[in-house]
Design a protein around this ligand. Structure first.
Ligand code: AMP
Ligand code: GLY
Length: 413
């Protein structure tokens, strides 16, 4: 199978490693990729959000399968353009990607499908926003309606800050605050059949102890030993199956990766958000533990044959990833700093670039996802932080407490 992977972040490096390790993948290209991806794939310089350019490249490379990593190309219609050329694509259509592209759309689908989620109001004026904030009370949760790379959400007790975010965004969803530990559940689907991957936990805040601003994600680990045994089955029944059915009913079936972001509240798991693609950096840990061939799994979803796939196999033990971010991330990340010690196994490249003189330099906010496995979470944690110690990047920021609460048994349902 000839595969073209679209995207250039840590998630794509992890996907590229998984695809390259699958014996059924005989050729792997990526666009635009990054220096980590370049070690296992042939890179092509195109704009990932340009549907015609991606489709033309897929034809030129005689790809059998295109795997779209990030949300922006999906929302732009890249999967539609690829499928229009008769090439299988892992990733939803533009219409189905609205599950991530518009918070208001996602809430509408959830309401129609009876999915457990926070009560919410879509607001387009300061007056409407004010009434919703009054009604739902603090802590206030105000979400930009459109794509915001994980940074469009403000959760605050400060009424003025909540009103300001609503005013800055224009169209927002204001919702009830959900308490309880968060879980990311990835579900591979062909629109009808649904194959859950291993649940993982992400760390959204910049600093230790969940302090600081929201980010795209500063680290992750799996498995979640503290999660209820029936979690995955319950979310499949209460959330995933009704959502997939509602999307089929609307004539816009969702295929690809349905990312269910959950809060395990006292009333059970409730949806915080849907995404239309693999999460970053959770993918780095989930794929580190997946033993089944990745290319075959994604191809089955893309070709509507998921029901025939054998059950997934998982490795024993645990995995953790620690994100190394650049100075000033998430506000205005500094780029162009030289990175040393990053060209070793386990160091996944996210925002990196190759300078003309061959040096590896930072090229984005989240620069590396330093990933390790171990016989248990404590061992995986020690291994990942040992790898972090070997990385040199001026101004680097990383959390020192990824998976620490789980190792110490401090996560309470
Ligand atoms: P989102 O972009 O919707 O995933 O939101 C980013 C982060 O904001 C989530 O991972 C949560 O930590 C937090 N958040 C979003 N919605 C809620 C909510 N309704 N209640 C509590 N926290 C939330
Ligand atoms: N790690 C959160 C996300 O990918 O949206």
């Amino acid at each position: 199978m000839r595969v073209l992977l679209i995207g250039s972040g840590g998630r794509e490096h992890a996907l590229a490693l998984g695809l390259a390790a699958d014996p059924s993948v005989e050729f792997l290209a990526a666009a635009p990729g990054n220096p980590g991806v370049a070690q296992v794939a042939e890179l092509h310089e195109i704009t990932a959000t340009d549907p015609a350019a991606v489709a033309a490249l897929a034809v030129e490379l005689a790809a059998d399968l295109v795997v779209v990593g990030p949300e922006a190309p999906l929302v732009a219609g890249v999967a539609d353009a690829v499928r229009a050329k008769g090439i299988a694509c892992f990733g939803p259509s533009a219409a189905a990607a609205q599950l991530e592209g518009s918070k208001a759309f996602a809430k509408d689908v959830m309401a129609a499908a009876g999915v457990p989620t926070a009560r919410s109001y879509a607001c387009t004026s300061p007056d409407e926003a004010g009434r919703a904030l009054d009604e739902l009370g603090a802590p206030y949760v105000v979400k930009n309606d459109g794509l915001a790379a994980g940074k469009g959400v403000v959760v605050t007790d400060d009424r003025a800050a909540a009103e300001q975010h609503a005013a800055d965004c224009g169209t927002v969803v204001i919702e009830e605050y959900l308490s309880g530990p968060e879980v990311s559940l990835f579900v591979v689907t062909d629109g009808t059949a649904a194959v859950p991957l291993m649940p993982a936990q992400d760390f959204k805040r910049l600093a230790d102890g969940d302090a600081g601003p929201n980010t795209g994600g500063m680290g992750a680990y799996a498995p979640l030993d503290w999660a209820p045994d029936d979690l995955v089955d319950r979310v499949l029944t209460e959330t995933v199956e009704p959502t997939l059915a509602e999307m089929r009913r609307r004539g816009t079936p969702f295929s690809g990766l349905l990312y269910v972001g959950l809060a395990l509240t006292p009333d059970g798991p409730k949806v915080i958000e849907f995404n239309a693609r693999f999460g970053d950096p959770e993918t780095q840990v989930v794929l580190a533990l997946l033993e089944s061939p990745l290319g075959s799994l994604l191809n089955a979803a893309a070709t509507g044959t998921l029901a025939q796939l054998p059950p997934l196999r998982w490795r024993e033990g645990a995995a953790i990833t620690v994100v190394v971010a650049s100075q000033n991330y998430p506000a205005t990340p500094r780029t162009g700093d030289v990175i040393d010690g990053a060209e070793v196994p386990g160091v996944i490249h996210a925002g990196t670039a190759r300078r003309a003189d061959g040096a590896l330099v930072s090229a984005g906010g989240r620069v590396l996802s330093v990933t390790a496995t171990g016989s248990d979470l404590a061992a995986a944690r020690a291994a990942a932080y040992a790898l972090v110690d070997g990385v040199r990047l001026d101004g680097a920021q990383f959390r020192t407490d990824i998976a620490l609460g789980a190792v110490e048994g401090r996560i309470k349902l």
